[in-house]
Design a protein around this ligand. Structure first.
Ligand code: ADP
Length: 399
């Protein structure tokens, strides 16, 4: 079976052709600058076969067509015809409270994604464009929507309710939703397998730290999400590359009053100019920050220290929320690769019974247990694979 996995943004579209059973990727790439000057990359057999600029791509549909043309190309394609693609799986950002799992795309599903546009104004319209582009180019092909929010819908009310007038929840759906759910779900499955608890998840307590450009933590009890750091939108929680994470809302009132910013300018600062970039003034990239810190840059050090402090605090909070923890997992760019970062986060968490082994921690990008033999809490590195989750859901629902 072959599933085409699509992650559509407003002007870009990532794709992978994947076997949902083995996770083998036969081809992947990226359409960029859709609606501008169109850029197209296509990788197959581990090599970049196409890296082309100025590809006519006025809409996502031409992007999808370029993907299909490359996939069936007699010279460098990986399939003989489009019929070999069994189904298409889409990453969709916001499913509101309606979607607790993935769904087969039909008119009702598309309408529900549309209804969630006010909650995901940047991503949901783009995700819909990806779905509609596939409908146009591959009519009748089964499509599945996989929501970033779905895994978090098992949170109890005390975790998802904000302490503002309750009518905003009842009338306007203001609540914690959480994101990176597909990644957190994948990690939950892998961590349960590494704990030997796939068949008996009851009683397990896992804290997953998805640390990338965007970052969130998830408390996973009995294999299900019970809390997560992101909120109504992905701006909340721990500081990120350029997002502020949790801040006192008074800051907005204060700065808007002082500088006359409108809400758009204020949100732009909090989304694009804050986080570790904002503190350091150097970069949103953790490798740049580590390099700057080594050269004695005090603000780069402060940005890193702040980030590690907030991750550590969130781990402590989730251990408290679940009444303990069996495994702490690191994933995504920083979590999978940041050896020193993991060590700095775990420093001071020994009281939980979580001891990192410096030698085992010397690993990058592969599944590994990095805790000491006598650590009561297992510490794992698990590379995330959202695409595989999307492909698996798609295969299951398209059957
Ligand atoms: P996204 O949220 O965009 O998917 P990623 O999960 O790819 O982001 O993570 C990107 C982050 O991972 C960047 O800040 C990058 O610096 C960091 N990263 C990648 N490799 C390393 C490394 N070897 N050491 C430390 N950080 C790394």
């Amino acid at each position: 079976m072959k599933v085409l996995v699509i992650n559509a943004g407003s002007s870009s579209l990532k794709y992978q052709l994947m076997d949902p059973e083995t996770g083998a990727v036969s081809a992947k790439g990226l359409c960029e600058r859709i609606g501008i000057d169109g850029k197209f990359t296509y990788k197959a057999g581990g090599k970049t076969v196409i890296d082309a600029a100025d590809v006519a791509m006025p809409t996502h549909a031409e992007g999808i067509q370029a993907v299909l043309d490359a996939l069936v190309n007699p010279e460098y394609g990986v399939i003989a015809s489009m019929d070999e693609i069994d189904a298409v799986g889409h990453r969709v950002l916001h499913g509101g409270a309606k979607f607790t799992e993935s769904c087969l795309v039909d008119e009702a599903c598309k309408q529900a994604i549309r209804d969630c546009i006010p909650l995901g104004p940047l991503h949901n319209p783009a995700n819909l464009m990806g779905i509609e582009a596939c409908e146009k180019v591959m009519p009748g092909k089964p499509q599945v929507a996989v929501f970033d929010t779905a895994f978090h819908m098992t949170m109890p009310a005390e975790a998802y309710t904000y302490a503002i007038p309750y009518e905003y929840y009842e009338n306007d759906q203001v609540r914690r939703y959480g994101f990176h759910g597909t990644s957190h779900r994948y990690i939950a499955e892998r961590a349960l397998a590494m704990l030997g608890r796939t068949e008996t998840p009851e009683g397990t307590k896992i804290i997953n730290c998805h640390l990338g450009n965007g970052s969130s933590l998830c408390a996973i009890k009995d294999g299900k999400c019970v809390d997560t750091t992101m909120g109504l939108g992905p701006l909340a929680g721990i500081p990120m590359g350029t997002r502020c994470g949790d801040i006192d809302a008074t800051i907005m009132e204060y700065l808007m009053g002082r500088y006359g910013y409108d809400i758009g300018q204020m949100m732009n600062i909090l989304n694009k100019k804050s986080g570790v970039l904002g503190i350091s003034g150097v970069s949103s990239d953790f490798r740049d920050l580590e390099a700057a810190e080594k050269e004695g840059n005090a603000r780069a050090k402060l940005a890193l220290d702040k980030f590690f402090y907030e991750v550590r605090k969130a781990i402590g909070a989730y251990a408290a929320a679940m009444g303990g923890v069996d495994a702490i997992v690191f994933t995504a760019g920083v979590g999978e690769n940041g050896i020193a970062n993991r060590a700095r986060i775990m420093k001071g968490l020994e009281y939980l019974g979580a001891k990192i082994d410096p030698e085992k921690n010397n690993t990058r990008g592969v599944e590994a247990e990095i805790s000491t033999a006598d650590s009561k809490v297992k510490i794992f590195v698990i590379p995330t694979n959202e695409e595989l989750m999307i492909a698996k859901d798609t295969a299951r629902l398209a059957k």
